[in-house]
Design a binder for this molecule. Structure first.
Ligand code: WQD
Length: 339
């Protein structure tokens, strides 16, 4: 089935495009290349031997979105990754985030609701839970007021889809709430390519080990956790990509029990910052240069998924360990730095 992957040159989008192709689906990618290089297309093709159709497009251009759908009447479904995602930047430029992340979503849904049948997977985030009251976090956990405009675009995005599905029974949709995606394809042909100074933990670790950064700053070790550092649910990006294929195939097969469903996508295991550092050192044999500094504003103490709904309803669970994910992250860093 032909599947549109918006943001398909990005970190999760490129890995999902690979897994869709490996599962036999035809992939069409839309990306504006604002946060990804067109060369990622070669990486996807190198992994699968199949070059996806690629359309460079700004999804804020309503006319371009309309024209695309007119040229693709037989799309089986859409997986929507395209969005700005830098938490800090969203605080500085909220209107850019609302226009881009929500405008593109509305234009896509306007095209999909004009069709007899449409399937839609939304890239959401565990950030909607904020600091959950109970751990592990289930899909029924209350959505907390967003800590950033970025997080709010995920919350409002889910509400837009929910409200649209309510009055458009032909639209079948799933929101996947990711925990913390890390690692890279085992072929080291595609991976994470953060622009500028990485905001996320794992790319900062690998860039420090590669000599691009002087040292990792650990944002606080005075949290109420076993070793004082924050806990997250780090999931291998290939496991996350496969969850998208399973979710889309659930919709294509009409197995969904409602026309809007939500699933947490994580490993179910929480790891502290220090445990991630120890994992990196274990799998690489390299001592990481780091120092403990002040807490980062906005960080939650702990967040990790209750994975029972994804396992029992979606029929999916993560396969890779933290060590395997860290090993793949380091292999990718070595590849792109020629180490
Ligand atoms: C993880 C832990 C930091 C960097 C963010 C977004 C979320 C999602 C995933 C898109 C925290 C600590 C980090 C560093 C550190 N993105 N850390 N030093 O904040 O859990 O989630 O990325 O959907 O929406 O909010 O991920 O990797 O930034 O931080 O100590 O240099 O690592 O304090 O405890 P986070 P992260």
């Amino acid at each position: 089935m032909e599947i549109l992957v918006t943001g398909g040159l990005g970190f999760i989008g490129s890995h999902t495009s690979v897994e869709l192709q490996l599962a036999g689906h035809k992939v069409v990618i839309i990306d504006d290349c604002s946060n990804a290089s067109e060369s990622v297309l070669d990486g996807i093709t190198a992994v699968t031997g199949i070059q996806p159709e690629f359309v460079k497009m700004d999804l804020r251009d309503k006319g371009a979105v309309r024209a695309f759908f007119e040229k693709h009447p037989d799309l089986g479904g859409v997986i929507h990754f395209a969005a700005f995602k830098a938490v800090g930047e969203s605080v500085e430029k909220p209107l850019d985030y609302y226009e881009n992340n929500l405008g593109s979503l509305v234009y896509l849904l306007q095209e999909l609701t004009a069709r007899q049948k449409a399937r839609f997977i939304f890239s959401s985030s565990c950030t909607v839970y904020g600091q959950a009251d109970t751990l592990p976090i289930t899909e029924d956990a209350p959505v907390k007021p967003a800590e950033s405009p970025y997080g709010n675009t995920k919350q409002v995005g889910e509400e837009i889809i929910r409200d649209t599905c309510r009055v458009n029974p032909a639209l079948q949709a799933i929101s996947l709430r990711y925990f913390n995606p890390i690692g890279a394809h085992p072929s080291a042909t595609i991976g994470e390519l953060p622009l500028g100074v990485p905001q996320n933990l794992v790319p900062f670790i690998t860039q420090t080990a590669a000599g691009l950064r002087k040292e990792l700053s650990v944002f606080g070790d005075d949290y109420p956790t076993a070793d004082g550092t924050c806990i997250r649910d780090y999931i291998h990006v290939v496991d996350l990509a496969r969850a998208h294929v399973v979710a889309m195939e659930r919709l294509l097969a009409g197995k969904n029990s409602a026309n809007y469903e939500v699933f947490n996508v994580g490993t179910g295991t929480g790891s502290s910052v220090m445990e991630v550092i120890q994992s990196f050192e274990r799998v690489t044999g390299k001592a990481l240069n780091y120092k403990v500094v002040a807490r980062r504003p906005g960080d939650v103490v702990a967040a990790y998924a209750d994975t029972s709904k994804a396992r029992e309803v979606l029929g999916w669970q993560a396969q890779s360990t933290l060590d395997e994910a860290m090993r793949s992250a380091w292999a990718w860093e070595q590849k792109i730095r020629g180490l």
